[in-house]
Design a protein around this ligand. Structure first.
Ligand code: IDP
Ligand code: MG
Length: 149
């Protein structure tokens, strides 16, 4: 079972899409193991996006992420990291596959609604950045036998 980090970015919160976007991950069968809404500090935003430091869009990206609260969640499931990336869609909404979140709700790369970890290493680093060990709930869902073979 894998665990990945999902962030519903400020545009998702401001547009009232939090419930709809979480529902997509739930319907896929993923299990929420942690969830919170918070205002992001510039320090946390810079650490989260450290790999992009120095790129032309970096300052705009940080301004975007701290502009309004975000919803951060951990999602568990077999292959969760890749499954969530596919559910979210390509970085540029204009190039994303219809049916993915970024295609269905977005137009521009600087307002692409959702962040999702892109590898096991990123997931481990990002989960530790946004959550403390005690924030994760370990539980069984009665419906799991109908989702997991
Ligand atoms: P990802 O979110 O699909 O993993 P990354 O390449 O890691 O995409 O970029 C991180 C975030 O930086 C993107 O989701 C987007 O919000 C922003 N971003 C990436 N490229 C651009 C750009 O060319 N212009 C503006 N923002 C960008
Ligand atoms: Mg990325």
């Amino acid at each position: 079972m894998e665990r990945t980090l999902i962030i519903l970015k400020p545009d998702a919160v401001q547009r009232g899409l939090v419930g709809e976007l979480i529902a997509r991950f739930e319907r896929r069968g993923l299990k929420i193991s942690a969830l919170k809404l918070l205002s992001v500090s510039p320090e946390l935003a810079r650490r989260h996006y450290a790999e992009h430091e120095g790129k032309p869009f970096f300052d705009g990206l940080i301004a975007y992420i701290i502009s309004s609260p975000v919803v951060v969640m951990a999602a568990d499931g077999p292959g969760a990291i890749g499954v969530v990336r596919n559910t979210v869609g390509s970085t540029r909404p204009a190039e994303a596959t219809p049916g993915s979140i970024r295609a269905d709700f977005g137009l521009m790369v600087g307002r692409n609604l959702v962040h999702a970890s892109d590898s096991p290493e990123s997931a481990a680093r990002e989960l530790a950045l946004w959550f403390a060990a005690g924030d994760f709930a370990e539980y069984v869902r009665a419906i799991d036998t109908w989702i997991l073979e």
